[in-house]
Write a protein that binds this ligand. Structure first.
Ligand code: ADP
Length: 456
């Protein structure tokens, strides 16, 4: 265990004491023992006591030598100095480290090296036998020494015995080092284990969360599919009902007309009832037509359609010709772009918005301005009128099904025209909204994809 040769590649040298003491690798080996400044321990005290008894001396020590001080890990037969530390001036053991060899002194007073050491007078150190404490790597970290207060010649068997005790001390130090390493490794293993467990539980938590989200997404998908089916059923029903109601209604209207033609033989009251019935039938006809238009919105294919908005507006105005003429309405229009929309649906959009502008006109003759602007592949249409306007807090509701605002003209309508507009716009991924003030007219805006978007 004890090696007398300096470590291979060490920068220290036997004849340069200072360098040996402050060799960083030696100091690293010393600090690795983690014994500096630790309290006395029975295992080391037993060894010093054994050494003292074996060679019959009053004192023995286990000394650790740093680059600045002499620390006594164990001291037997002498009172430990303050902090168990000796200054280098009083240290004999430091020379064991510096010379990297056993130090055998019969009478220190006669030694050229130690003759003036204050420990001779202060502690009565006369005879001294110090053996290096050498690590497995060959670094000398201190000394095991025995001390006598009288001169004495150290016998060979005594020197061998103290060398054995120095080696045993190193075995003890190595065992502690390995035990500490094992403890650290165990603690590290426990920490890694705890970390792995924490990670595992986090993974399990994430898996559970993922499964929960997948289940929720699946439930939403199922509900959406159910809703779509039920919407389709409802639309189909509305379509059939509206369609089938037309025929009996036509009969009712026909018979009322026949009865009205014979009104000469009728009293005024009966004739008034017939006029009321004819009005009711007409309103019902419009309602059915609107419902049919609403139900049909989704039946018209969307993909690949390109529509000339100018042509669509012209057609809508032609359909509304009589109404516009009767109301002396004026339409101002700017050139409109081509859009990705079914022609018939854009005609319907313009028709509903312009018809409303006429229907909900104010005191002045209706004046309707229609224009469009294109940005980022989206066309925004604007239909502005000078009609009665809408209370701002009611504007979001005018697009609801069967919405009729509290004014006399509204009561005659079915409240479906703007709902149809909204449905057409939204199925083309657009938006529709209105900005209005009562008495100042209304401005409707809606967006549709520009025609070029389709080509792309
Ligand atoms: P309707 O088909 O019965 O006219 P709409 O769905 O077209 O119903 O319109 C809903 C409500 O919005 C109408 O009852 C009316 O009060 C209001 N409205 C629609 N357009 C205008 C407009 N241009 N000016 C003022 N109010 C309007």
């Amino acid at each position: 265990m004890i090696r007398q040769q300096p470590p291979h590649g060490s920068s220290t040298s036997m004849d340069d004491g200072c360098q040996t003491i402050s060799d960083p690798q030696r100091l690293q080996a010393l600090h690795a023992t983690a014994l500096l400044d630790t309290p006395a321990e029975e295992a080391f005290d037993r060894l010093t006591s054994l050494g003292a008894r074996a060679v019959q001396v009053p004192a023995a020590m286990v000394s650790l030598i740093s680059d600045q001080r002499h620390y006594l890990k164990s001291i037997c037969g002498m009172a430990p100095p303050l902090g168990r530390t000796l200054p280098f001036s009083h240290s004999f053991c430091r020379y064991v480290v510096e010379t990297r060899a056993p130090l055998v002194i019969a009478d220190a007073r006669e030694s050229t090296l130690l003759g003036r050491n204050p420990a001779i007078v202060e502690f009565g150190v006369i005879a001294y036998l110090g053996m290096p404490l050498t690590t497995e790597d060959g670094y000398i970290i201190g000394a095991f020494c025995v001390i006598d207060h009288h001169p004495r010649q150290w016998r060979d068997d005594e020197i061998r015995l103290i060398a054995d005790l120095a080696a045993t001390t190193m075995t003890e130090i190595n065992l502690r080092f390995e035990r500490d390493l094992a403890r650290c490794a165990k603690a590290e293993l426990a920490r890694a284990h705890a970390e792995a467990l924490a990670r595992l539980s986090e993974v399990q938590r994430l898996q559970a969360e993922l499964a929960r989200q997948q289940a929720a997404a699946e439930a939403v998908r199922a509900k959406a599919a159910m809703l779509a089916r039920s919407n389709a059923d409802l639309e189909h029903f509305a379509y059939l009902a509206s369609h089938d109601l037309q025929e009996p209604l036509r009969m009712v209207t026909g018979f009322i007309n026949l009865a009205q033609r014979r009104s000469t033989s009728m009293d005024a009251q009966t004739s008034g009832w017939l006029t009321g019935a004819a009005d009711g039938a007409l309103r019902m006809q419009r309602l059915i037509q609107d419902l049919l238009a609403f139900a049909r919105v989704d039946s018209i294919p969307r993909s690949g359609l390109v529509c000339d908005s100018d042509a669509a507006l012209s057609e809508a105005l032609r359909i509304l010709g009589t109404k516009l003429t009767l109301a002396q309405g004026r339409v101002e229009r700017e050139p409109l772009p081509r859009v990705a929309c079914a022609h018939s649906q854009l005609v319907q959009l313009f028709q509903n918005l312009v018809a409303n502008a006429v229907k909900y006109r104010g005191h002045d003759q209706p004046c309707i301005h229609i224009r469009a602007s294109t940005s980022d592949g989206t066309v925004t249409f604007t239909v502005a009128d000078n009609g009665i306007g809408i209370e701002p807090d009611l504007t979001p509701h005018v697009f609801d099904l069967f919405c009729r605002l509290p004014n006399p003209e509204s009561q005659r309508g079915a409240g479906l025209g703007l709902a149809i507009c909204k449905r057409i716009v939204e199925r083309h991924h657009g938006r529709i909204w209105v900005v209005s003030q009562p008495g100042l007219g209304s401005t409707f805006h809606f967006t549709l994809p520009a025609a070029a978007e389709i080509a792309a």
